[in-house]
Design a protein around this ligand. Structure first.
Ligand code: ASP
Ligand code: MG
Length: 271
């Protein structure tokens, strides 16, 4: 059993998602038990938050941002050749429609609660994971879309939900197929006991991967991103940074807590 997590840059557009498919299908030949955790398409979470804040200021620009988000996903769907997936297209329509209603409400009351913000900002993962699952199936890699809201249960600390591991582990073990179908899971999100959507904090998809990996006693949790491993420094700032061959869990935990962006701090704990 392996868990592979793909960050926003890795699922940013159709050509990136094709790369994801090629990585996953290769690994599937060696290990049939795979869980794939997806982030939102790169930058989409920021856009969802921006759109919500604009609506709460009653700034009509939010409508433009919504259309851009819609267009970005539709382009990706078309570029992947998924235009015949009626269910996926219907889901996209419904999502945009519900955003539209919700944003209208937010703009009327000029109020955006953390709870509402979680509901909106976490939809990026639902859209991306649906697209990825649909593409895998289109490529004949049998996959299930898994909505983490049904499995990852948190408290009501919206914006940074604390996971109830007892219930969550149970849910994951019960619901994840271990017979060969790939489970494509939404990163970043969970739900309260009452089914209210929560998020695990910005960058939380790494944590989602570790939660699934630990619950399933996976052999590996792979965090795929746009840099080749953990480097000695941020390669965007330090040109001579080189990859670190290996590190202990403790080192990884310290590194993330002291601000290295390569991994979301709570990720190491379940791992
Ligand atoms: N999409 C979320 C974020 O941008 C979670 C993640 O990418 O890990 O924070
Ligand atoms: Mg990240």
């Amino acid at each position: 059993m392996k868990v592979l997590k793909f960050g926003g840059t890795s699922v940013a557009n159709a050509s990136r998602i094709k790369e994801v498919y090629s990585i996953v299908s290769k690994q599937h030949k060696a290990d049939k038990k795979l869980v794939v955790v997806c982030s939102a398409l790169g930058g989409v979470t920021d856009e969802l938050i921006k759109m919500s804040k604009l609506a709460s200021l009653r700034d009509d620009q939010y409508k433009k941002v919504l259309q851009q988000i819609r267009q970005r996903h539709l382009t990706c769907i078309l570029d992947l050749g998924l235009n015949k997936d009626k269910e996926l297209l219907r889901f996209m329509d419904q999502t945009v429609e519900s955003f539209s209603d919700l944003l209208h409400g937010i703009s009327l009351v000029k109020e955006l609660s953390l709870r509402t913000l979680d509901f909106i900002s976490g939809q990026g993962e639902v859209m991306s994971s649906r697209i990825v699952a649909s593409y895998f199936n289109h490529q004949k890699l049998k996959s299930d879309f898994i909505d983490a809201r049904k499995l990852v249960i948190t408290d009501e600390n919206f914006g940074s939900g604390k996971v109830d591991f007892k219930i969550t582990n149970n849910n994951i073990r019960k619901h994840i197929d271990q017979k060969g179908r790939v489970s494509v899971v939404t990163g970043f999100i969970g739900a309260t006991n009452d089914g209210e959507m929560t998020t695990l904090g910005r960058g939380g998809s790494d944590y989602s991967a570790a939660i699934f990996g630990a619950a399933l006693d996976a052999d590996e949790i792979q965090i795929w991103t746009d840099v080749d491993g953990v480097l000695t420094a941020d390669p965007r700032k330090v040109k001579k940074a080189i990859p670190v061959g290996s590190m202990t869990y403790t080192e990884a935990m310290e590194m993330s807590h002291f601000g290295a962006k390569v991994i979301h701090p709570p990720t190491i704990q379940p791992a």
